[in-house]
Design a protein around this ligand. Structure first.
Ligand SMILES: Cc1ncc(COP(=O)(O)O)c(C=O)c1O
Length: 440
């Protein structure tokens, strides 16, 4: 390690990190260009997960850099409470053009977690505005990750995120079963054929709680953080149908899938199921400046536009909702994606990724491989004495092999930047093969 450039590591309490382990074995990234990071010791590593699913255009995009610096020089901040600035309106209009028909109102936050909280609040406010104040219950799903706000941990389904903070969780929540059954769908490519019927669990929750108490169902169309869990064919369609029949809003959390990851603007379009709200963040600014938000069906928005026109319709917002610099980064990102046809490119690369990643099937420790769009996950058998150790070992061996991998327990996920070449995707999987052979 280049000690001359190593800062004191003690003060930064790192998020979702084994802090003590990291500080004894630090990996610092000091530069990023295209699909690669440079580590503190000068090594370059391929960015296998596009940062944390957020940099599909690669690092150091000059278009984003100049849009951000021009915006900082022109208008570094302007409030959006009772006043506004052009970029927030321009970005909202552009996002609306990317969204399914009728989904044309955009509420901005700074992160995915805040966007989830915003969507849940909008759902409850919508029912209240229509005189349906009993509809306060939120239905999430096992294995879901909706960020770390109180709404997100309540609707989320990752035990570790809920265990410590259960007392803070919203009282009126329930959960659908997750859709992953290895016995039925191991090594499936794209959407598994089995499992549409799992959506019928929503009917049981409706019977249990009564539809009149349920405000919304929130699901990630593809569960990313818990290992690329792909929805079975027909499953989301069935959820949509049950929600519509019972007057329940359907929210897609597209923080990972939004802006091209599945080879269409949103998973909603790729999977042909239109929700009532879409939660987004991450790729909208290519990760350069934090920004999130909710795309809302106009019908829901309009139901809240009541009372005298000087009334604040929704008592919710953030100081930085629609921050001008974040909006400038968002406009530049979407401009580059459109100009360079990057969503079509992601779609084309996804065929290469699918072919290559399933070629790892017979490598040591591999028990399942799944993929959809430009995303895939590989499950390794846990070491009986140390669950998670093999995932971490793959991460460490990955760095040695020139890959920055993402591991969660013993699952390794990859979601390369859309600007990767076919050869880079092949090389990434080839290097991962070497890694698997070195992991004990
Ligand atoms: C589906 C989903 N929702 C919400 C979030 C939370 O986003 P943030 O970390 O920006 O708060 C994430 C983050 O990975 C996510 O994957």
């Amino acid at each position: 390690m280049n000690t001359a450039r190593t800062p004191d590591l003690s003060s930064f309490w790192m998020p979702f990190t084994a802090n003590r382990h990291f500080k004894h074995h630090p990996h610092l990234m000091v530069a990023g260009e295209g699909a690669y990071f440079t580590l503190h010791d000068g090594r370059r590593v391929f960015d296998c997960l596009s940062g944390l699913w957020c940099t599909p255009l690669g690092h150091g995009r000059p278009e984003i850099t100049s849009a951000v610096s021009a915006q900082l020089a022109e208008l570094d901040f302007a409030p959006t409470f009772q006043v506004g600035h052009p970029k927030a309106f321009e970005l909202a209009a552009r996002i609306a053009r990317w969204a399914p028909n009728g989904m044309n109102r955009v509420f901005f936050s700074n992160s995915g977690s805040e966007a989830v909280d915003s969507a849940l609040k909008i759902a409850i406010a919508y029912h209240q505005a229509r005189g349906d104040a009993r509809r306060v219950r939120i239905i999430g799903r096992e294995r879901a990750y909706h960020g770390v706000g109180i709404g997100g941990i309540s609707a989320g389904g990752i035990a570790a995120n809920r265990r410590t903070f259960g007392a803070l969780a919203a009282p009126f929540v329930d959960h659908l079963p997750h859709t992953y059954d290895p016995a039925q769908m191991r090594f499936s490519r794209g959407q598994p054929a089995w499992g549409a019927h799992l959506a019928d669990a929503l009917e049981r929750l409706v019977a249990l709680h009564d539809a009149s108490t349920i405000a919304a169902v929130i699901v990630e169309p593809m569960q990313g953080s818990t290992g690329v869990i792909v929805p079975p064919v027909g499953y989301l369609e069935r959820l949509r149908e049950i929600c519509t029949r019972h007057g329940i809003l359907l929210i897609f959390d597209e923080v990972i899938t939004g802006f091209g990851r599945l080879g269409a603007n949103f998973a909603a379009q790729r999977l042909n199921v239109t929700p009532d709200m879409i939660v987004f963040a991450k790729a909208v600014t290519n990760g350069a400046i934090p920004l999130g938000g909710v795309i809302v069906d106009q019908r829901i928005h309009d139901a809240l536009m009541q009372g005298p026109d000087q009334t604040i319709e929704l008592f919710h917002g953030y100081t930085y909702s629609g921050h001008p610099v974040a909006c400038a980064a968002g406009l530049a990102t979407l401009e580059v994606m459109e100009r360079d046809g990057l969503i079509a490119r992601a779609q084309a690369l996804s065929a290469v990724l699918e072919h290559e990643v399933h070629g790892l099937r017979d490598e040591p420790h591999v028990v399942d491989i799944r993929n959809i769009g430009l995303a895939a996950a590989i499950d390794l058998t846990p070491r009986p004495d140390a669950p998670g150790a093999r995932g971490r070992a793959a991460f460490e061996r990955g760095i040695e092999a020139g890959l920055l991998l993402r591991f969660t327990a013993d699952t390794v996920a990859v979601a390369p930047p859309f600007v990767s070449t076919e050869d880079e995707v092949r090389h990434m999987i080839g290097a991962l093969r070497t890694v698997l052979r070195r992991v004990e």
